[in-house]
Design a binder for this molecule. Structure first.
Ligand SMILES: Cc1ncc(COP(=O)(O)O)c(C=O)c1O
Length: 478
């Protein structure tokens, strides 16, 4: 029997032995298999309340670890049953998809490699992979060779960074040095009343002020009204304010409406405004043949936000910001520092120069692994499938005398309600409480309706039938 000296013991104390590694591997695979196979039967929402959950995790951390087997036992018994089953085929709330099959493995490997994706020396292959993923995403919209971008934590961060880049590009002063107070009048950003909250949030964070976010009304299809946008810009110029950016949506969060991108792009060109497209929800539907023509004009924007953690089924977190002129992104975020050995080689992309973070994880890896493992075609098929299912749901709702659509179904968001009823919220609450499905409420054109957003490649027509049949029953009893 070998005896370990103190150094060996300390070195090994945070490592797994060969036996533990094998156990952790097989228990992880077992857990993933069991989870995947039981998805449809799992409750969409757990039943324990917050107090019970606190109690469940009330025990102090052990001075001596519980070991691998006990850890996995606790994960299975305490954590798994108390998670929201986001991958459940009847989880249709928000815009949140399930992770694809290879992603848990990609995440584990990325954690082991622990690349710091800030500059070349700390992430050689990773930085090339991130560039490759970004340039593939940019190519979907035919962005030119000048384009570049960065993988972000999600659409909100991409929107924030886009607005910051736009400000640095369009402000009439050197914003970095002089700051906002040197700008002679407020900078104004334009978006629609249907824009995602992350736009206003970004404006607030960046010090633009919510008073300088114009929320332009939408038409009956929930698309930004170009005539009103034009008028708002004109009025602001007359008041000596400084219009600098328009944020259009390629898929609004509520209804999936696609703003009139070509007309907005032309207006922005005439008015010398930055055009940002918030494509976090919808832009990756460009993978679908039937929608791609409507989304292709996203490529006319100065920047676009995308969310691979939605339609590419990468697990959280994975967003992306693409900028038509990569150098403009760099202008907003690049800071030289003497203690970092980032090489000044134009062929290298040191990602620390393209965003606010220094230490950054290898988020591009799970996207790269997904595209490699399944191929682009699989994602095209998933996009078509989600559009098919939403169309089917819309057809069923239209055919049902007591139900009505509250908005046209352009992507995969279906907003509907009971005709002439004010009890949509109560009926939805019953459906959710009994665990049939998770759908969300939607506030639309002065009404509160029900919203299903199909962002899951597992959702089938039978799931939709089950949900609608049950809602109709609940509606009859209400
Ligand atoms: C249109 C739109 N923009 C931005 C976001 C925010 O994206 P994230 O949740 O990745 O930050 C969402 C999220 O659903 C969205 O639908």
């Amino acid at each position: 029997m070998t005896t370990l000296n103190l150094d060996d013991k300390r070195r090994r104390s945070l490592n797994l032995s060969d036996q533990e590694l094998a156990t952790a591997g097989s228990l992880t695979c077992g857990l993933l298999r069991h989870f995947e196979r039981s998805l449809g039967e799992r409750p969409v929402m757990p039943t324990l309340n917050r107090g019970q959950l606190r109690e469940l995790f009330d025990t102090p951390f052990p001075e001596l670890g519980v070991g691998v087997e006990r850890l996995f036992h606790d994960i299975k018994e305490k954590i798994l049953p108390n998670c929201t089953t986001v991958a459940h085929p009847r989880f249709l709330a928000y815009v949140l998809g399930p992770p694809n099959g290879i992603s848990p493995f990609a995440e584990a490997i990325a954690a082991a490699l622990n690349q710091n994706c800030n500059f070349w020396q700390l992430s050689p292959a990773a930085s090339v992979i991130e560039q490759k993923v970004v340039s593939w995403l940019a190519s979907l919209f035919a962005y030119p060779a000048t384009a570049g971008g960065i993988i972000t934590s999600g659409g909100s961060m991409a929107n924030l960074m886009a607005l910051s880049t736009a400000m640095h590009d369009k402000a009439p002063v050197d914003l970095r040095t002089a700051g906002l107070s040197a700008v002679p009048a407020p900078l104004v950003v334009y978006t629609s009343t249907e824009a995602h909250r992350s736009i206003e949030k970004a404006a607030a964070i960046l010090g633009l002020g919510l008073n300088n976010v114009r929320k332009v009304p939408v038409d009956s299809d929930f698309r930004l009204r170009i005539d009103l946008l034009e008028r708002a810009i004109e009025n602001d110029r007359k008041s000596s304010l400084i219009p600098f950016c328009v944020v259009a949506a390629a898929g609004t969060v509520n209804t999936g409406a696609i703003d009139p991108l070509d007309e907005i792009a032309e207006l922005c060109q005439r008015e010398n405004l930055w055009l940002h497209v918030d494509g976090a929800y919808g832009a990756l539907f460009i993978l679908s043949n039937r929608i791609k023509d409507q989304l292709f004009s996203c490529g006319r924007a100065d920047s676009i936000s995308l969310d691979p953690h939605k339609l590419l089924f990468a697990p959280l977190e994975a967003g992306c910001l693409i900028v038509r002129h990569q150098q403009k992104l760099r202008k907003a975020f690049h800071f030289a520092s003497s203690y970092l050995t980032a090489e000044d080689d134009p062929a290298l992309v040191n990602f620390l120069e393209y965003g606010p973070q220094l230490s950054r994880g290898f988020k591009a890896f799970k996207i790269w692994c997904s595209l490699q493992t399944f191929g682009i075609q699989a994602f095209r098929t998933a996009a078509e499938h989600m559009l098919d299912i939403s169309e089917y749901m819309a057809q069923r709702i239209t055919a049902e005398p007591s139900l009505e659509l509250l908005a046209p179904v352009r992507l995969s968001a279906v907003c509907f309600g009971f005709k002439g009823s004010t009890s949509n919220t109560a009926i939805l609450a019953k459906l959710v409480d009994e665990g049939t499905a998770l759908l969300g409420p939607v506030h639309i054109a002065g009404r509160i309706g029900i919203r299903a957003c199909i962002t899951n490649y597992r959702t089938t027509r039978s799931d939709i039938d089950l949900i609608l049949d049950r809602l109709l029953q609940l509606g009859e009893c209400s």
